[in-house]
Design a protein around this ligand. Structure first.
Ligand code: PMP
Length: 427
């Protein structure tokens, strides 16, 4: 079998950086990415047959574990009837109804094929609905790679130190105002100055693209109030948190109702899917009803809908999130306990099946500035130690991690044991 080293060298000749999405190239941690052959439940298997306990879960979608039998069955059965029609199918309405039921702030929803499309379309819709150009986003939050949103972004652009991408016209970027996550006083000043020109605020209700930063008490409520006062649209980007931190997403977790919500990842069960939805009055501005244009050849793809619906069935089971949260808590407590034993300062944070670990002496991390001060070099050593021993973590100190329902107590115990050994090697 080919090694990852050979495969990576080969890929780099024909794919920029050898990868189809930058963080996969391991630039954030150094070394060579592992090439995956297959996955099942909580495990990944690389092309050399080595098994890893996976805490990336395809960056979030695999909340029920890899290749879940019910999801694979739904995909196979649907695929046999044809892969794409470019015409309406009943499954799309079933999906839309499910989303509206599970997330009550969504009265109408449109399916797209990625999180990027969802946020890009939601921004256009907010601009079309309000007739305003300016948008507010937060430093370190990532909302996909649409031009307006690649300003002081998180995720790969943060990992690579490119928060303002080349190729984004300054004339467009000037409409994006960036604020500090969790700083309501600063945002209030921004609204005093430009409030009547601001089409929307887009926010990750839990910031998962600069590791894991939870909103401080009152922050999300404050965004809601400012949007109400100035007639701006509040967009919760729940591409990561949706169906991940709770069945109703972060908006259910914190009890705040946004005007628009963007979804992705879990909703496609691993197939390429995104969605944006919200208030009927706003959603009715989209073509063909209204004048905001948005479309997609593969949008609402039947196989993707089938994978997503099968996943939504699994996660709607009673106690799914209680159990998922308990697993994540067990992992976080285990890591902390072993870190204390090894005298390694470590902070953890989590909600539902999503978590963050920080190599820091700080007692809490609430801002982009604070996360930037964490020990990235120590994370790199930790990452490689874990990888070597068969635990796959996100290859960046600025990404959240994910636990699935397929992780067993034994997997978590094994992870913690491995972490103890790796902590002992950290300088
Ligand atoms: N929004 C958030 C909060 C995300 O985490 C991501 C991807 N990690 C996106 C949008 C973009 O989604 P996609 O990669 O599917 O385009």
């Amino acid at each position: 079998m080919s090694t990852s080293q050979q495969l990576f060298t080969d890929a780099q000749h024909v794919i920029p950086g050898g990868v189809n999405s930058p963080v996969r190239a391991f630039r954030g941690v150094g070394g060579i990415p592992i090439f995956i052959e297959r996955a099942s439940g909580a495990y990944l298997y690389d092309t050399e047959g080595k098994k890893y306990i996976d805490y990336v879960g395809s960056w979030g979608p695999m909340v029920a574990g890899h290749a879940h039998p019910a999801v694979i069955k739904a995909v196979k059965e649907t695929a046999e009837k044809g892969l794409s029609f470019g015409a309406p199918t009943p499954l799309e309405t079933v999906m839309a109804k499910r989303i509206c039921e599970l997330i009550p702030s969504i009265e109408m929803v449109r399916m797209v094929s990625s999180g990027t499309e969802a946020t890009m379309s939601a921004i256009r819709l907010a601009r079309g609905y309000t007739g305003r150009d300016k948008i507010v986003k937060f430093s370190g939050c990532y909302h996909g790679h649409a031009d307006s949103l690649l300003v002081k972004a998180g995720s790969g652009v943060l990992t690579l130190g490119l928060p303002n991408s080349a190729g984004v016209p300054a004339d467009l970027a000037k409409h994006t105002i960036t604020a500090d996550y969790n700083d309501l006083a600063q945002l209030t000043e921004i609204f005093k100055q430009w409030g009547k020109e601001i089409a929307c605020i887009i926010v990750e209700p839990i910031a998962g693209n600069m590791n894991f930063i939870a909103p401080v008490a009152g922050f999300l409520q404050g965004l809601r109030q400012l949007c109400d006062e100035y007639g701006s649209v509040l967009i919760f980007d729940e591409v990561m948190t949706g169906f991940r931190v709770a069945l109703g997403g972060a908006q259910a977790y914190y009890g705040i109702k946004p005007d628009l919500t963007t979804l992705g990842k879990v909703i496609g069960g691993g197939m390429p899917v995104g969605a944006f939805g919200g208030k009927r009055e706003i959603m009715q501005c989209i073509a063909p009803l209204g004048s905001v244009y948005q479309a997609g050849t593969l949008s609402g793809n039947p196989v993707a809908m089938a994978a997503g619906l099968a996943t939504l069935d699994i996660i709607s089971a009673p106690d799914f999130y209680t159990q998922l949260t308990a697993k994540t808590e067990k992992l976080m407590m285990g890591l902390k306990e072993r870190a204390v034993k090894a005298k390694i300062p470590l902070l953890t944070n989590h909600a539902g099946g999503m978590f963050g670990i920080f190599f820091t002496e700080a007692m809490q991390i609430e801002s982009f500035a604070e996360v930037s001060r964490c020990d990235v070099e120590r994370f790199k050593q930790f990452f490689h130690g874990m990888l070597q021993a068969g635990v796959y973590l996100a290859p960046s100190a600025f990404e959240a991690g994910f636990v699935s329902s397929a992780h067993t107590d034994a997997d978590i115990a094994e992870t913690v044991e491995i972490a103890e050994k790796v902590f002992a090697t950290l300088s």
